[in-house]
Design a protein around this ligand. Structure first.
Ligand code: PGA
Length: 244
């Protein structure tokens, strides 16, 4: 069973979020995979209510690493937990690039998410320049080691490999290139987490579409997908979620 996560980014009002879930549920009744949706903070609670008992996990797209404090505009892990979030995306490349999040900040967030009982989905991936310069392995190793430095060896975590050049560009990594990166990520995970590293799900993200998901899921170490653009429409997201 794979894990398919939709990342809505800064799209959908509460009303649109509820409409989406109502339209999605009948389309994924016999779904062979786990379906998770990462929604804006304001839609968290309505999505949790709408998806209750329907097998769809609802999560957030970011959180602050502090428990509470004078951090105007930020949201704490405990607040997400109370709102019903079961997981949180951390270190997405848009957070790293636009909001200048460092590996150190992301590591603190991962630690905090685990502490409050929310599954962290750590996002890693190289930029186009880094790949052209042959630095992708170095980048992945650094982002994974540092991102998980506060995670206990037996923690339940998820890793998402998202090459930055493939996000929102329509240039999906070929299944072969993605698989190579996943095999490398698996090695790092096992050296960091020991035996547990073998079962940590590694999802691929970056321009995944209904017609490309199947080939990705056929690869050994690709355990699911993190889907941005194609998760905004219930039909295309359901088509991805139903892939085998
Ligand atoms: P995309 O986004 O599917 O639109 O490329 C993926 C992501 O940002 O997680």
């Amino acid at each position: 069973m794979s894990i398919i996560i939709g990342n809505w980014k800064m799209y959908k009002t509460r009303h649109q979020a509820v409409e989406f879930i109502k339209a999605l549920l009948p389309l994924i009744q016999n779904c062979p995979n786990e379906v998770w949706l990462s929604v804006p903070f304001t839609s968290l609670q309505v999505c949790v209510e709408e998806a209750k008992g329907k097998g769809v996990k609802i999560g957030a797209q970011n959180m602050n690493e502090a428990s509470e404090g004078a951090f105007t505009g930020e949201i704490a892990g405990q607040m997400l937990k109370e709102g019903g979030a079961e997981f949180v995306l951390l270190g997405h490349s848009e957070r790293r690039k636009i909001f200048h999040e460092t590996d150190e900040m992301i590591a603190a967030k991962v630690g905090k998410a685990l502490e409050v009982g929310i599954t962290p989905v750590l996002c890693v991936g190289e930029t186009e320049e880094e790949r052209e310069g042959g630095e992708e392995k170095e980048v992945l190793q650094r982002q994974i080691f540092q991102g998980f430095q506060k995670a206990p060896k037996d923690a339940y975590v998820i890793l998402a490999y998202e090459p930055v050049w493939a996000i929102g560009t329509g240039k999906m990594a070929t299944p072969k290139l993605a698989a190579e990166a996943h095999v490398f990520c698996r090695k790092i995970l096992t050296s960091h987490f020991g035996k547990n590293g073998k079962s940590i799900p590694i999802l691929y993200g970056g321009s995944v579409k209904p017609d490309t998901i199947q080939a990705l899921l056929k690869e050994n170490d690709i355990n699911g997908a993190l889907v941005g653009g194609a998760s905004l429409d219930p039909k295309s997201f359901a088509a991805i979620a139903n892939a085998r």
